[in-house]
Design a protein around this ligand. Structure first.
Ligand code: SAM
Ligand code: SF4
Length: 333
């Protein structure tokens, strides 16, 4: 393979060393903020094969990417997903392999994922009430997810974090109990503001809960200590006094993180999106399929893409149509 050591620096001087790869748009859940009830998924031949995913990641790692997040859709429902984790987990130069999952498959996969060098895992849990959990996910089984969490703890991941989207009228009264749960479990939790990605069955404005409001509520019950930790993303972290637990607030509606953006996203169709909230992209699938034994065209296209990475994004909840038509399950969260 002809690889260069050139690293990925965009037109604003930001170094890209983190990729998020969605390996499927399919999912066993239908979370109300993520998908419409009646979703049409992509035909299989329009989705990257696992071999193509592995090749892409290898090229990115050759370009200096040191952190890879595998996401979806639900990454762990993709057949043979473990093989991909194993391939990526042994790439020289990779510092961190992580994944975001709804937890439904963790009970039987956690141990193998840890053995494949997955170091940290994010599990989405929006409610600790089984009936509500079902209402939000439409198909999910809370008990199964919680058993998955226990399996992940036993497997010895270095970091486990819950991801929670609070929605007015659905689960916005659970912020405190979810944090308490995280403290008791000695894991972290992040609150993600709902983003207007794709058309769902409610208006985003009606359910939006700002992280500023959530923080203010939590500060009434917990002693939160501001942390300077910065992962180059839209998260601001706080520590809970006298506990292991960190709380992250992922506030994509605020702009103050774009200057430090270090990431790009690849959809399960092989589209390289330079920003979660913008349409600028490069299609990598044609290059993967046209040049099955030559990585140079792929590598050059990725390097060229750095000149179109936008300065920042622009979400507006009051707009009638979604800011970005694609669903998070296609782009990868
Ligand atoms: N299925 C996995 C899961 O749920 O963790 C991984 C993919 S999911 C798209 C990744 C993250 O995106 C989840 O934590 C989910 O809560 C979040 N998410 C999905 N749609 C969202 C939206 N419209 N706004 C904010 N967060 C969203
Ligand atoms: Fe599936 Fe994750 Fe989207 Fe929920 S948030 S529908 S679990 S992809």
């Amino acid at each position: 393979m002809n690889q260069s050591n050139t690293s990925l620096i965009d037109q604003f001087g930001r170094k890209v060393d983190y990729i998020r790869l969605s390996i499927t748009d399919r999912c066993d859940f239908r979370c109300v903020y993520c998908m419409a009830e009646d979703m049409t998924f992509l035909p299989r031949d329009e989705v990257l094969t696992l071999e193509e995913c592995a090749r892409l990641v290898q090229v990115f790692v050759g370009l200096g990417v040191s952190k890879v997040r595998i996401t979806g859709g639900e990454p762990l429902v993709r057949k043979n997903a473990l093989w991909l984790f194993q391939e990526i987990g042994q790439l020289p130069g990779l510092r961190e392999l992580v994944t975001t999952t709804n937890g439904s498959q963790l009970e039987h996969m956690a141990k193998d994922l840890r053995a494949a060098n997955v170091s940290r895992i994010n599990i989405s849990v929006d409610s600790l009430n089984a009936a509500r959990f079902k209402k939000i996910t439409r198909t999910g089984d809370l008990d199964k997810v919680l058993r998955g969490l226990q399996a992940a703890k036993q497997a010895g991941f270095k970091g486990i974090k819950l991801n929670t989207v609070l929605m007015r009228g659905f689960n916005d009264d659970e912020a405190e109990s979810l944090v308490e749960f995280a403290v008791n479990q000695e894991i972290d939790i992040a609150f993600i503001e709902e983003m207007p990605l794709g058309e769902v069955d409610h208006t985003r404005e009606s359910t939006y809960v700002s992280n500023a409001d959530t923080l203010a509520r939590l500060q009434k019950q917990f002693t939160l200590v501001s942390s300077t930790e910065n992962t180059g993303g839209p998260a601001k972290y706080w520590r809970i006094a006298n506990s292991q637990t960190k709380i992250g607030f992922i506030s994509p509606h605020s702009h103050n993180f774009c200057e430090a953006c270090n990431r790009v996203r690849i959809t399960c169709k092989g589209e390289l999106y330079l920003c979660l909230g913008q349409e600028d992209k490069v299609d990598l699938m044609p290059l993967l399929r046209e040049y099955p034994h030559d990585d140079q065209p792929l590598l050059e296209a990725i390097l060229r893409s750095m000149s179109i990475k936008p300065k920042g994004h622009d979400f507006d909840l009051r707009r009638a149509e979604p800011a970005v038509i694609r669903f998070m399950s296609v782009t990868g969260g």
